[in-house]
Design a protein around this ligand. Structure first.
Ligand code: ZN
Length: 319
């Protein structure tokens, strides 16, 4: 990338497709100890929940969100999809996490390393590929006092994402010329791209698999990944460079808690560029985030109808 390329500042959120919403809520707030910071609906399909899990304050970059669509078939990992999402945990905690996940009925993979960092891979109850990665990198993080996980071990936020592509070059160009990433390192066939000098929350890994089938959206697959920009000016600049690099970004869409632009990278994965603000406390007190159904103002007139169509969720199971 040229020094003048506008750059995103890291991962903003990852949105995935879940099955049963109660099971999703129980796993992410119970076993993983994340906080439900927003209980809302899919703004394009308001008969579906949109559940947001993050640190206590819902910092940009800490946020894993789900559309529960139990009627969809299982997703298929493959080309043009984010197949694995890595979450940051403090150094020295992976053995503890491994025991915790296993006691929650999750089969974990063998502990390994990615670019020198210890990694515990596993799938969530819907088959979404996850990994916990130990990192001592500084993060914007506020522990959740009511979490069943001790603050010293809580998930710090999104660490990295891993995609498979048929060709490296077009996606690499979209990342570097469009979003301001740099090619960083290569290990075991994984090409790591970093932004803002790298570190936790600022990496994407691409694996080239020329013969693999295309990935397909479904239960347990990533729907899109969102990259951070500090404000609307930065978003306009990144949007322009995505366009100049051959992408076809949408207009700016008001998601109420942030402003969003979407585009498909050349391999097919859906990317978003989202502003850090105004954030999740724009319409709820920080003390009660996630406790009741929040609708954006333009859906509020339909609240009764929307609530009738949503399955009832009970408080997270504490494990
Ligand atoms: Zn999004």
């Amino acid at each position: 990338m040229s020094p003048n390329t506008p750059a995103v500042t890291g991962l903003h959120h990852v949105t995935a497709i879940a099955g049963d919403p109660q099971r999703n809520l129980d796993f992410y707030t119970g076993a993983l100890g994340m906080r439900l910071v927003k209980r809302s609906v899919n703004q394009d399909a308001p008969d579906t929940y949109h559940l947001f899990y993050a640190d206590a304050e819902g910092h940009a970059g800490s946020d894993l969100t789900f559309f529960p669509w139990p009627e969809l078939p299982p997703g298929k990992r493959g080309i043009g999809l984010t197949n694995q999402v890595a979450l940051a945990v403090p150094p020295g905690t992976l053995d503890w996490w491994s025991e915790r996940l296993q006691s929650a009925g999750i089969r974990t993979g063998d502990t390994t390393t990615w670019f020198g960092e210890p990694v515990l891979p596993f799938d969530d109850p819907d088959g979404l590929g996850l990994a916990l990665v130990e990192t001592g990198d500084a993060r914007d993080f506020t522990p959740w006092a009511d979490s069943p996980v001790d603050p010293a071990r809580q998930i710090r936020g999104l660490h990295a994402v891993r995609l498979a592509e048929r060709d490296l070059a077009p996606t690499a160009r979209s990342l570097t010329a469009g979003l301001g990433f740099s090619a960083a390192r290569e290990e075991h066939g994984w090409h790591r791209f970093t932004v803002q000098g790298g570190g936790s929350g600022r990496a994407v890994d691409i694996q080239v698999r020329p013969d693999a089938p295309r990935g397909e959206w479904g239960v347990g697959s990533v729907h899109h990944i969102a990259w951070r920009v500090p404000d609307g000016d930065a978003q306009r600049a990144v949007r322009a460079s995505v366009s100049a690099a051959g992408g076809r970004p949408t207009e700016v869409i008001d998601r109420f808690w942030f402003q969003s632009v979407y585009f498909r990278e050349p391999g097919g994965a859906l990317f978003e560029v989202a502003t850090d603000g105004p954030g999740f406390t724009v319409d709820e007190s920080p003390d009660t985030l996630g406790e009741k159904l929040i609708l954006p103002p333009w859906l509020e007139p339909r609240r009764a109808e929307i609530e009738r169509g949503l399955p009832r969720l009970t408080s997270p199971v504490r494990t």
